[in-house]
Design a protein around this ligand. Structure first.
Ligand SMILES: NC(=O)C1=CN([C@@H]2O[C@H](COP(=O)(O)OP(=O)(O)OC[C@H]3O[C@@H](n4cnc5c(N)ncnc54)[C@H](OP(=O)(O)O)[C@@H]3O)[C@@H](O)[C@H]2O)C=CC1
Ligand SMILES: O=C(CO)[C@H](O)[C@H](O)COP(=O)(O)O
Length: 471
């Protein structure tokens, strides 16, 4: 067969961490892959890695050659920054494409951009897919979780390849077509928001052990190692245990002890919040996590403030590690419940008809937030959420009743001893807000009516009312 007759089933553009791993995963599963990259050197460096895999991998420095190497209708996956570079690449590649071809943005995109790009290509015959990919480099290489938004036509093209390379939970591929345009990227954004909250909660418990219980990294690592099999078992607990056991080659110290306490962020956590707030939702655990990353960047101020601020700490019994495990368990349920609530609101807002149970199912393996609890979440969502809330599902109520005492003791001890636990506190405060039939918003309404004549509803009469305020 002549060389030009061999056409790849998929093109992968962008051979960075994620693109190269996904291309290798595809080739490992027998798919023929055409690859390209802005800097051609990366293509030459990449191709030897793909040698010997079952699929044929060809490299193409020229964009037109890359497109020509892919069988029609084409499926082209971009793993590049989903910001300006994605717009530039859409502009560059679109004139080379034909009716029925699909461009996939597999990066972490703001779903508003995905909707804009989908709308711009509407009617051109070219389809646009926003696909969230989770699992980091290792997941991309060996089985990620993927959240797809786009047309049925594109999904039909992509499905066999996506299902083959996805992580499997008891044989079920962790990938699904979740809706049109921005649905996949929105779900990935909320996944990352939950990821932020979970990471922050773990960091807070680590802080209690380090700063209040006086444990060193090795000792804390052993506690997390012991949690790898229990109810809080998760990928993030796993890597926390491994990170705590890792040593810095240069100094011989635990590596966590030489890392500056300043967290980076690329936007997905913040986007979750922005979208939640726009829809009148509060994802307070995620907000606490995003805020904590923000405050962490003010290291110089915090070091100066430590000498100036008196925390007026009070004696506290530092809870044992069983309480801390329960605190993480309860807070993880509450954090996920907020995430699912945001998804549910977005589904209604954008008419996506998101299948929340399927979303929970495709998060059971491959993704960063995979955990022992996710199968329980999936079961609870599939059974139907009372009043639309995960925390009201019978299995979750049972779990919360057992774990909340630990969360309360941890938050109380942290407050007394001056240890910041913003995400754990936010989780508890949200639980208690939801558990209080008569809250305190009557006072907010009184104040609003007092200063602004905004009116209020009464419990005993219909209609809008004003108070006879003393002035
Ligand atoms: N790393 C992770 O854990 C995860 C990342 N993602 C997302 O995947 C995408 C890729 O991330 P990752 O692989 O980590 O990033 P890398 O930095 O490893 O690679 C970035 C890739 O984008 C290319 N690129 C950058 N700018 C441009 C441009 N202007 N035009 C064309 N190509 C460009 C780079 O090409 P060049 O070699 O020429 O610089 C390179 O191939 C991002 O959207 C990221 O958010 C999603 C899930 C997890
Ligand atoms: O999508 C991911 C994991 O799911 C990426 O690793 C992402 O970069 C994580 O977000 P941030 O860099 O803001 O911590």
């Amino acid at each position: 067969m002549a060389q030009q007759e061999i056409r790849a089933q998929i093109g992968v553009y962008g051979l960075g961490t994620m693109g190269s791993a996904l291309a290798l995963n595809l080739a490992d599963h027998g798919f023929d892959v055409a690859v390209s990259n802005r800097e051609a050197d990366w293509i030459d460096a990449f191709l030897p890695e793909a040698a010997g895999l079952s699929g044929n991998v060809t490299g193409h420095a020229d964009l037109a050659d890359f497109v020509a190497a892919i069988a029609s209708p084409r499926t082209i996956l971009f793993m590049i920054p989903s910001t300006k570079p994605m717009d530039m690449m859409i502009d560059a590649i679109t004139p080379l494409l034909s009716d029925g071809d699909t461009i996939i943005d597999g990066g972490n995109a703001d779903f508003n951009d995905t909707r804009r790009r989908s709308a711009a290509l509407e009617g051109t015959g070219i389809h646009f897919v926003g696909m969230g990919v989770s699992g980091g480099e290792e997941g991309a290489r060996n089985g990620p979780s993927m959240m797809v938004g786009g047309s049925d036509h594109s999904w039909a093209q992509l499905k066999p390849m996506a299902e083959a390379i996805a992580a499997k939970f008891h044989g079920d591929p962790c990938v699904a077509h979740l809706g049109p345009d921005g649905a996949g990227h929105f779900v990935k954004t909320v996944h990352n928001g939950i990821e932020y909250a979970d990471m922050q909660m773990i960091a807070e418990v680590y802080g209690l052990m380090r700063d209040q219980a006086g444990m060193d990294a090795g000792q804390i690592g052993q506690v997390f190692d012991g949690w790898r099999e229990g109810p809080v078992a998760s990928y993030l607990i796993d890597i926390t245990a491994k990170a705590l056991a890792s040593t810095d080659a240069g100094t011989g110290q635990p590596i966590v002890d030489v890392i500056r306490d300043q967290a980076g962020q690329k936007g997905t956590g913040r986007w979750t919040l922005i979208e939640a707030l726009k829809m009148g939702q509060s994802a307070s655990t995620i907000e606490a996590a995003v805020g904590a990353r923000g405050w962490s960047s003010e290291g110089d101020v915090r070091r100066a403030a430590q000498a100036l601020l008196d925390p007026a700490t009070q004696p506290a019994d530092i809870p044992g590690t069983d309480d801390m495990e329960n605190a993480l368990l309860a807070a993880r349920i509450l954090g996920h419940a907020q995430g699912f609530r945001v998804l549910s609101a977005a589904s209604a807002e954008f008419n996506w008809d998101l299948d929340l149970a399927r979303i929970a199912e495709i998060w059971r393996a491959g993704c960063i937030i995979r955990s022992a609890l996710l199968d329980e979440f999936a079961g609870a969502v599939r059974a139907g959420l009372p009043h639309g809330h995960l925390i009201l599902a019978p299995a979750m109520r049972t779990r919360l009743t057992a774990a909340l005492p630990g969360l309360r003791r941890v938050v109380a001890a942290a407050a007394l001893s001056g240890q910041p636990v913003p995400a754990l506190s936010a989780a508890l405060a949200w639980h208690d807000t939801m558990a209080l039939g008569r809250g305190t918003a009557n006072m907010i309404q009184a104040q609003r009516d007092y200063f602004g004549a905004h009116g209020f509803e009464r419990m005993d009469q219909d209609g809008a009312h004003h108070g006879d305020w003393l002035r």
